[in-house]
Design a protein around this ligand. Structure first.
Ligand SMILES: NC(=O)c1ccc[n+]([C@@H]2O[C@H](COP(=O)([O-])OP(=O)(O)OC[C@H]3O[C@@H](n4cnc5c(N)ncnc54)[C@H](O)[C@@H]3O)[C@@H](O)[C@H]2O)c1
Ligand SMILES: [Zn+2]
Length: 359
């Protein structure tokens, strides 16, 4: 087992990574409050892993929600709150989020607002959740008018990432998680990027030691960024490499058509392309990034059917637009990213024109 810490003063918490962790009672015991426990999961994960968690926790309350991003709503959050109230949870209660990013975000949000905040433990079961969404304390749900528009910062007490659960993850979901892993290499960790180049085939073959290493190095990167900038006033925005392009792809296609990580894969390629057009990144480095993204099983261009104008319009709606200025995460080199609104507009136009495929 690997263990690292997200260093946030008195809110510091550990991330445990390794095989067989789901069923280890002492990991939960160390980080739960003194009161009742509620495990929140979904109807896809429950048949696979809920028994193990229930056995480790003794006799917790359980709540199984329907699967899917479409369930990440205020109405489902209210269902969690209802259960907590009906079961008489006090402020000493603890919520356990067992699932991917949807369950983690939703259950974390319920924990953030129930009686102004109770403890929660993240038990992420997708690669994306293990390397990204379970770490850093962003919780929330979607609104019909926008994704992740309602939420709160609320850090978990611990993250328990059991690598065994990745065995049942579909290949597409695995690749989507690899997109966020590659992202850490591209924005701030060239040695990790090189390690990924050497080990991508083994990762896709789900070699346990490689997965553990990739998750730990990703979490270390995310933990450092979050520790430096918990509420995204500065460097945390670097974690959005490829995301403004990616969100435009997701929204343009209709959410759910492409997985988030797939859109981010193509988005990172577009960010690299634009960085070359600005003269910031060498063509050989761009090609290296694109090749790695391709080897991860991810798309490297947007889907057909999105015009450059449509993509630009969707990008302008991104949450990261500050005072009307579109800010993008771009690459100065492999392993070095910047967030900036200060770029030649023509470089963006050409990036969209060259990459978007109207047909
Ligand atoms: N809070 C953050 O910082 C943050 C960061 C990135 C993404 N997110 C959010 O995360 C969500 C995406 O997370 P996700 O990619 O994990 O999606 P997800 O939670 O929908 O999981 C993907 C699919 O895999 C299933 N699944 C989960 N674990 C499984 C397992 N071990 N075996 C088989 N199937 C399994 C799920 O039930 C679901 O059908 C989005 O809502 C996104 O907004 C949040
Ligand atoms: Zn992402």
């Amino acid at each position: 087992m690997q263990q690292l810490a997200v260093d946030l003063g008195e809110r510091t918490y550990p991330i445990y990574i390794g095989p067989g962790l789901l069923a280890q009672p002492e990991l939960y015991e160390r980080h739960r409050g003194s009161g009742q426990l509620l495990v929140v999961t979904n109807d896809r994960v429950a048949p696979l892993y809920l028994d193990q968690v229930v056995a480790a926790l003794g006799d917790p309350e359980t709540l199984v929600l329907p699967d899917g991003e479409g369930q990440k709503t205020l109405a489902r959050t209210e269902q969690v709150l209802d259960r907590l109230l009906r079961a008489g949870f006090g402020r000493d209660g603890t919520l356990v989020a067992l699932g991917g990013g949807v369950i983690g975000d939703l259950a974390g949000f319920a924990a953030a607002i129930y009686q102004r905040g109770i403890d929660f433990i993240q038990v992420p079961t997708t690669l994306l959740a293990q390397v990204d969404s379970s770490v850093g304390g962003k919780t929330g749900v979607n609104h019909p008018l926008g994704k992740n528009m309602i939420g709160a910062f609320h850090q978990p007490k611990a993250v328990i990432a059991d690598t065994d659960v990745l065995a049942t993850l579909p290949d597409r979901e695995l690749s989507a998680g690899l997109a966020e892993i590659i992202k850490y290499g591209l924005i701030r960790d060239l040695p990790f990027l090189e390690w990924l180049e050497a080990n991508m085939d083994g990762l896709r073959a789900r070699e346990p030691a490689l997965l553990t290493e990739a998750i730990a190095r990703s979490c270390r990167n995310k933990a450092e960024v979050v520790a430096a900038d918990e509420r995204e006033g500065g460097v945390r925005a670097l974690l959005n490499l490829g995301h403004t392009f990616g969100h435009a792809i997701e929204a343009g296609l209709g959410y759910g058509e492409w997985l988030h990580g797939e859109a981010v894969g193509a988005g990172m390629c577009m960010a690299a392309d634009m960085s070359v057009r600005l003269g910031w990144l060498g063509e050989a480095d761009r090609a290296r990034a694109v090749h790695l993204i391709e080897r991860a099983g991810l798309p490297t261009r947007p889907p057909s059917g999105l015009t450059p104008d449509r993509m630009r319009e969707l990008m302008a709606r991104d949450k990261k637009v500050v005072a009307g200025e579109l800010r993008l995460v771009l690459l100065r080199a492999l392993g070095e990213a910047v967030v900036t609104g200060d770029f030649e507009p023509d470089a963006l136009s050409r990036t969209l024109a060259e990459n978007a495929r109207p047909e």
